[in-house]
Design a protein around this ligand. Structure first.
Ligand SMILES: Nc1ncnc2c1ncn2[C@@H]1O[C@H](COP(=O)(O)OP(=O)(O)OP(=O)(O)O)[C@@H](O)[C@H]1O
Ligand SMILES: [Mg+2]
Length: 299
């Protein structure tokens, strides 16, 4: 079966700065895939390339088997690729409902309507007439996801769903993902909170300094392998640094440390700020993140 999304050997630049180096990944239709990685790893850049907001400087992006190079972002929305960007980017003076309707302007057929979005996020119903700029962060994130759904995507790209939100809100947003996937939508979620990502994803890809440092099925991933891929210590042996190939992650065990329930609390306890991790992989409760991070610094 052809994957819905195939990214092959993609390089991408912001001006002179190269942000992606030969990134390859594949996403099968109907799956939920997480892309994790520290600040500046290239996660948003990867989503921008897939959504057509930034051209790849080399490599190929195929959607439903077709090369989408040269297809501008709005045409990709027509074809079913929708990005819910980092920072939500709502129209603050427009109402919640108007923001949702903006998502439907390409008129792609599909299951998502205002009613279904309100069913998915009942908290938005009484806020329909409120200016989006007056909402809480969690409410705004729900509007942003709802607006994305109104375009009836085949592939929904969610950038930093949980960043800066309270644990309960994050739980509610992630609970909605199940319904979204059941509607037939394929989801790629970018997360700094690894526990959260591994809890929902069928497959996870870790980026490190613009390269894929690890990929695998969450249940097969060892905490230490994740920590290394996240921080850049792919092997204890000298000479195997951060530009190594994806680590072999077919290691058993470790499932116990993965999806925590209070991941955001863990992250806060571990010294994580809204700006990102400080030495510990956010959401990997009980992992030796700090120690591994310190080891990384010492080679
Ligand atoms: N518009 C831009 N102009 C110049 N450099 C950029 C731009 N956007 C990103 N970069 C750089 O590209 C690299 C990758 O950034 P990117 O935003 O993709 O990372 P990220 O993994 O999404 O990080 P974060 O978790 O902080 O959102 C970083 O070095 C960043 O500084
Ligand atoms: Mg980002």
């Amino acid at each position: 079966m052809t994957p819905l999304l195939e990214v092959e050997g993609v390089d991408a630049h912001h001006g002179d700065l190269q942000a992606l180096f030969g990134v390859s990944l594949a996403v099968e239709e109907g799956r939920t895939v997480a892309v994790i990685g520290a600040n500046g790893a290239g996660k948003s850049t990867l989503l921008a390339v897939v959504a057509g907001a930034l051209p790849a400087t080399s490599g190929t992006v195929r959607f439903a088997g077709a090369d989408v190079a040269g297809v501008p972002g709005h045409r990709r929305v027509d074809e079913g690729i929708t990005l819910v960007p980092e920072g939500r980017r709502l129209f603050p003076s427009l109402s919640v409902e108007e923001n949702l309707l903006v998502g439907a302007f390409r008129n792609r057929p599909g299951p998502w309507t205002l009613e279904r979005v309100y069913d998915l996020f009942p908290l938005l119903r009484p806020l329909a007439a409120r200016a989006a700029g007056t909402l809480s962060g969690g409410e705004q994130q729900a509007v942003a996801i709802g607006r994305g759904l109104m375009s009836n995507p085949r592939l929904l790209l969610l950038d930093e769903v949980s960043l800066g939100l309270a644990p309960l809100v994050v739980q509610q947003l992630y609970a909605a993902l199940g319904t979204i996937v059941e509607s037939g939508c394929t989801v790629v979620v970018v997360e700094q909170d690894v526990g959260q990502a591994l809890g929902v994803a069928d497959q996870v890809w870790c980026l490190l300094e613009g390269r894929v440092s690890l990929s695998g099925v969450p249940a097969d991933l060892e905490a230490e392998a994740v920590t290394r891929a996240y921080f850049g210590v792919l092997a204890d042996r000298p000479g195997e640094g951060s530009s190594a190939q994806p680590a072999d992650v077919s290691l058993a065990a470790a499932a116990a440390i993965l999806p925590g329930t209070a991941v955001v609390d863990d992250a806060v306890d571990a010294g994580t700020t809204a700006d990102g991790p400080v030495g510990t992989v956010p959401g990997v409760a009980g992992a030796s993140g700090s120690a591994a991070g310190a080891d990384a610094g010492q080679g």
